[in-house]
Design a protein around this ligand. Structure first.
Ligand code: GLY
Length: 377
């Protein structure tokens, strides 16, 4: 084929411009061999002081891996029954120590939350820089899939953001002490005083939401301003918007905070409201931002990095159908009232491995093209 011919539909493997169009092909994570990595500069302030994860590291117990995999396999089955093609990453030996010329650390993390690592924008799959040392090599778990997509789809772009050095210069020294009050922590977050420095571009893919021509990126612990600037230079045909959520004491990944459901409608975590000046952009374009329902749980499952707000970390199967964790009945009722078909999916056993239904997946193909949902800029 010459460069001027367009690929046939059957050769088009990668295409996804937003979070809601009909899903046809997705990657679902795997829990095998997942580790709690040893402490490193990125991780200490991200683990709440009262968390049972403090001081823990090493491979996760085999029975928890088995239970998580059962729920991940079930999610894959639910999606396949709806006609979605499901691929799975290839785990590495995550318990091995890793090193670059700048640092070494005692283990890797895992390959459960694909959303953190791979950002799909249109025909491109982009490996994020990541911001934890333990997650530096995680992209390798997705390379067999990305290689296959690249070989089958002549228009697919396989890109990798510049690998960061992640020396101590990338993190503020003594950013938070254990005795800091929640009030002080929230004040720092509201002032955009985050853990990572501006030494080099850093972003996790799960800080990015796709709205067609617009990309909305959370500035926080895992993504810095240089990372957001790198994304805007890398996607020159997109508008890239930096957002932050002052109520979130641990701003790591946007998808338990801000969740687009369909054109014109976004769920926002009521404890982490988007500031008024940042809302204006959505309102002027007739988008409604509504509070998510309260979670049904008072605490996350044991050894979990995330908050109870994984309740709103959902997966849109199409603009009318949503996968929700099966115990989150208040969230399900809210979706029901909004006119969505709800697919309840058991998933709490998978939460400790890196998150809920949005985190556990990354898009390969959704119907649709790059639309402008914000014509008033
Ligand atoms: N940032 C993920 C959470 O709220 O748990």
């Amino acid at each position: 084929m010459t460069g001027s011919e367009s690929p046939t539909a059957s050769q088009k493997i990668v295409n996804s411009w937003n979070e809601w169009d009909t899903l046809r092909h997705v990657i679902v994570g795997v829990a095998d061999g997942c580790c709690i990595p040893p402490s490193e500069p990125a991780s200490e302030p991200k683990i709440p002081t009262d968390s049972d994860m403090r001081g823990m590291h090493g491979p996760r117990p085999a029975e928890t891996v088995e239970k998580a995999n059962a729920q991940l396999d079930n999610l894959a089955r639910v999606l396949e029954e709806r006609g979605v093609k499901v691929d799975r990453p290839t785990p590495l030996n995550f318990s091995q120590a890793i090193a670059t010329p700048d640092w070494e650390t005692g283990s890797m993390f895992g390959c459960m939350p694909p959303r953190d690592v791979i950002l799909t924008v249109g025909n491109e799959m982009l490996e994020a820089t990541m911001s934890y040392r333990s997650r530096w090599f995680e992209y390798l778990c997705y390379r067999p899939l990305l290689k296959a997509y690249y070989e089958q789809d002549p228009n697919m772009r396989h890109e990798a953001a510049p690998k960061p050095r992640l020396t101590d210069a990338s993190y503020k020294k003594d950013y938070l002490s254990d005795d800091i009050t929640m009030e002080e922590r929230l004040r720092m977050v509201a002032a955009k005083d985050f853990l990572t420095t501006e030494e080099e571009p850093l972003f996790d893919a799960a800080d990015v939401l796709r709205f067609g021509r617009d990309l909305v990126v959370q500035h926080g612990f895992t993504t810095n301003l240089k990372g957001i600037d790198w994304l805007s230079r890398h996607f020159p045909n997109h508008r890239v918007h930096a957002v932050d959520f002052p109520g979130d004491a641990y701003p790591i990944h946007i998808d338990a905070t801000f969740t687009p459901l369909r054109p014109g409608l976004i769920l926002n975590n009521p404890e982490r409201r988007l500031p008024d000046e940042q809302r204006a952009f959505f309102h002027r374009n007739d988008w409604e931002i509504i509070d998510a329902a309260r979670p049904m749980h008072n605490s996350p499952p044991p050894l979990c990095y995330s908050s109870v707000w994984l309740s709103m970390n959902i997966l849109m199967v199409d603009p009318k159908t949503v996968c929700v964790e099966e115990t989150e009945t208040a969230q399900m009722e809210q979706f029901d009232k909004l006119g969505f078909e709800v697919l309840p999916v058991p998933f709490r056993d998978a939460y400790p491995f890196g998150g809920a239904l949005h985190c556990a997946t990354t898009d390969v193909y959704r119907d649709g093209d790059c639309e402008d949902y914000f014509p008033k800029g």
